[in-house]
Design a protein around this ligand. Structure first.
Ligand SMILES: *[C@@H]1O[C@H](CO)[C@@H](O)[C@H](O)[C@H]1NC(C)=O
Ligand SMILES: *[C@@H]1O[C@H](CO)[C@@H](O)[C@H](O)[C@H]1NC(C)=O
Ligand SMILES: *[C@@H]1O[C@H](CO)[C@@H](O)[C@H](O)[C@H]1NC(C)=O
Ligand SMILES: *[C@@H]1O[C@H](CO)[C@@H](O)[C@H](O)[C@H]1NC(C)=O
Ligand SMILES: *[C@@H]1O[C@H](CO)[C@@H](O)[C@H](O)[C@H]1NC(C)=O
Length: 258
């Protein structure tokens, strides 16, 4: 019996060695612009990315587990018994791989994987590791009128169909747009141009970003000089002006006759 335990201590344990209690994780490349550096307490990664969770070498144990917790739900991702098969629970089938040498876990992320992860042996348990799972942002959609009349106000709305946007910014013909009396940003996602002039015509680009992705879309805005408003007004002024001139001329002629 003693000999068995001794043998177990020497050879018989998965991932055996000195103690340590933290999980380290990193996103494996290639994966959007997600941060690929290892993190020790929490990691932000994206749907579709592959994440590697590693543990320091643990003390001897015959059975080890990777566990998951989210809200009130807690469950076993997989268990591994020395020299036995890896027992992976159904939601993680086909998207996890367990390394029997160092006990690391690779996981291809899905939307619902946000939560806490830990590794447990029969003797030791690591702290919970927080994994945040974001969706990479799709190309935004810009809503607005392609053509506006000079002097009018117009707005361009940058709309992202899904995913959480951390920041928006706008560019005009490739250059960063800053707010002014003339250019205003409402809720970051909406660009308002007040009293548009011909000079406001051009390519407007909305750039959206979150911790794991960046995307953008462009919109060609055309500001038209509006002769159909200006010209009649000018004509009307000229007409009124000349009629007034004729009237004054007639009156002075009339006075002269008197
Ligand atoms: C695998 O684990 C589940 C629970 O996590 C258990 O019900 C099942 O018996 C295990 N299968 C084997 C072969 O160990
Ligand atoms: C995993 O893959 C196998 C074979 O491709 C398939 O039969 C099984 O349904 C898959 N499991 C899950 C949970 O997708
Ligand atoms: C398992 O881990 C060991 C030690 O870190 C490493 O040498 C080996 O390549 C890994 N195996 C796989 C399949 O990743
Ligand atoms: C586009 O112009 C029409 C009328 O000219 C207006 O009703 C509509 O609200 C405008 N759309 C946007 C997004 O500004
Ligand atoms: C037209 O716009 C450019 C930048 O977009 C600016 O430098 C220039 O001063 C503007 N001209 C007028 C007449 O507003």
């Amino acid at each position: 019996m003693l000999l068995f335990l001794l043998l177990l201590l020497l050879f018989g344990s998965p991932c055996s060695s000195a103690a340590g209690l933290g999980v380290t994780a990193r996103t494996l490349s290639p994966c959007y612009s997600a941060d690929l550096r290892p993190a020790t307490n929490s990691l932000v990664s994206a749907v579709g990315c592959k994440v590697l969770l590693t543990v320091p070498p643990l003390n001897t144990s015959q059975i080890v587990f990777w566990e998951y917790q989210s809200g009130l739900w807690e469950g076993v991702i997989l268990s591994y018994t020395l020299d036995g098969p890896t027992n992976t629970s159904q939601p993680y089938e086909n998207r996890t791989s367990f390394n029997e040498t160092d006990c690391s876990l690779q996981l291809v992320l899905q939307k619902g994987d946000e939560g806490l992860y830990r590794f447990r042996s029969s003797l030791e348990t690591t702290d919970w590791f927080q994994l945040h799972v974001l969706e990479p942002l799709p190309e935004p959609e810009i809503l607005g009128n392609v053509s506006v009349k000079a002097g009018g106000n117009t707005k361009l709305v940058c709309h992202v169909l899904e995913g959480q946007v951390d920041s928006y910014w706008w560019k005009k013909n490739g250059e960063l747009l800053l707010g002014s009396d003339h250019i205003q940003f409402v809720d970051h996602s909406t660009l308002c141009i007040l009293k548009a002039s011909m000079n406001d015509s051009g390519y407007y680009t909305c750039v959206v970003r979150n911790e794991v992705s960046q995307n953008e879309a462009s919109f060609l805005l055309h500001v038209q000089n509006s002769p159909n408003v200006v010209l009649p007004v000018i004509l009307a002024c000229v007409l009124v002006g000349s009629l007034a001139g004729v009237f004054v001329w007639c009156r002075s002629r009339g006075r002269q006759r008197l």
